[in-house]
Design a protein around this ligand. Structure first.
Ligand code: SF4
Length: 396
């Protein structure tokens, strides 16, 4: 019989497991605290558990974190870990320290099957979903490794990590059954005690799963938007062909009824001459502000694109990003331009690739789409932030 990895359980699951072993449910709370709050993996060291329980656990269970393949530290303090998840696959996790917070960017899948054209994870194809233990294990490792090194906590009290964003490799909502217990461990006061506002799930737009998250565990929600029209988003985020913008934005609006924040964050990757004209910015304003069917309380996060080989895309010039942001801000929409962190260790947004044994042949399919996106013709002045709208019909 394979030993159960206790990192796979949320507190309820661990309670049920303890009952199966003939133990009282409350023992699970002690066990859970040892694992997640103190980072202990050796049952023998959990001294307030009965000796008989410690012996029993040692026979049938483990606390088995993933093996670290490598750790890279950026000049700006960002840390990227590569974890071995078996079968030739490895996933990446990124720690981003800032003055007022310390964020961990967590992966949910080995690879990703969504095939977004600007994303290096998508180019790698898809191997498998991560287990709950592998998702939680990233937080477990980062929190306790950093604590042991004496990394000071930011706003998180005793904890080092104050925020988690499910924005690493994979589409988290496509791995919902493992994601949900993992979120519960992050939020649990006996676990990491993060507030729902400080845990963000990012999705490319899985409408039905947004509805389920709303019911089961409404944490902060970010949506990879990347385009103001269906025609362009179909190209950049293929899932849009199944769930177009009006469906997606309606699901987002319903989500807000239960969300811990009163806005949805839209991620928008700025691609040179693809989705970055001032007309695109105006179309976005029309979409989220003016159009009654799709109007929504939101904030935009503009992400400088980090080019990677074979993408055929480049990032928008800085001045165009700023001009784009101005259009949104002038319409009263809170807009931030994401600071690029860890780009010297390929830890910035869209750069996570890990090692993926592709089972979907996504790499081949994407390679066959030789130039999937129509690059807008640029007129004089476009590079100064005044791109023409020509060709915008096919414009993530
Ligand atoms: S952007 Fe997100 S959903 Fe799209 S391919 Fe990359 S990891 Fe997958």
């Amino acid at each position: 019989m394979t030993a159960a990895n206790l990192l796979d359980f949320d507190l309820d699951g661990l309670g049920a497991y303890c009952e199966q072993l003939g133990e009282k449910r409350f023992r699970a709370t002690q066990l859970f605290q040892w694992i997640h709050q103190r980072g202990v993996t050796d049952f023998a060291a959990m001294h307030d558990l009965a000796k008989s329980l410690r012996g029993k656990l040692a026979e049938v269970a483990t606390v088995q974190p993933m093996e670290v393949v490598s750790e890279q530290v950026s000049a700006d303090g960002t840390i990227k870990w590569l974890f071995d998840v078996g079968g030739g696959n490895a996933i990446e996790t990124v720690f981003i320290p800032e003055d007022d917070r310390a964020t961990l960017c967590v992966s949910s899948q080995a690879g990703c099957a969504m095939g977004c054209s600007f994303c290096s994870t998508g180019r790698q194809g898809f191997s498998r979903n991560l287990s709950t233990g592998e998702i939680v294990g990233q937080l477990w490792h980062a929190e306790h490794a950093l604590r042991r090194r004496g990394v000071a906590s930011s706003s998180a009290g005793e904890r080092v990590i104050s925020n988690v964003v499910m924005m690493g490799m994979g589409e988290p909502l496509q791995n919902y059954s493992a994601l949900l217990p993992a979120l519960r461990v992050m939020l649990d006061d006996h676990g990491y005690g993060l507030s729902r506002r400080r845990v963000t799930v990012s999705t490319s737009g899985m409408v039905r799963m947004i509805e389920r998250l709303r019911e089961d565990c409404p944490v902060a929600l970010a949506v990879s938007l990347h385009a103001p029209t269906d025609a362009l988003r179909d190209e950049l985020v293929p899932l849009n062909r199944k769930h177009p913008l009006d469906q997606l934005l309606r699901a987002c609006r319903r989500y807000l009824e239960r969300a811990p924040r009163d806005f949805i964050t839209f991620e928008y990757c700025m691609l040179d001459a693809v989705n970055d004209s001032l007309d695109h910015a105006r179309q976005l304003v029309a979409l989220v502000r003016d159009e009654p069917a799709t109007r929504i309380a939101c904030k935009f996060n503009l992400i400088p694109f980090n080019p990677f080989p074979q993408s055929g895309l480049s990032g928008s010039p800085r001045e165009r990003v700023l001009a784009f942001a101005d259009v949104l801000r002038e319409a009263g929409i809170v807009t931030t331009v994401r600071k690029t962190r860890g780009d010297d260790i390929a830890a910035a947004c869209g750069q996570l690739a890990g090692e993926v044994q592709d089972r979907t042949r996504a790499r081949d399919r994407l390679a066959r789409r030789s130039m999937p996106i129509q690059i807008l013709p640029l007129v004089a002045g476009a590079r100064a932030g005044t791109a023409a709208s020509a060709g915008q019909e096919k414009t993530t």
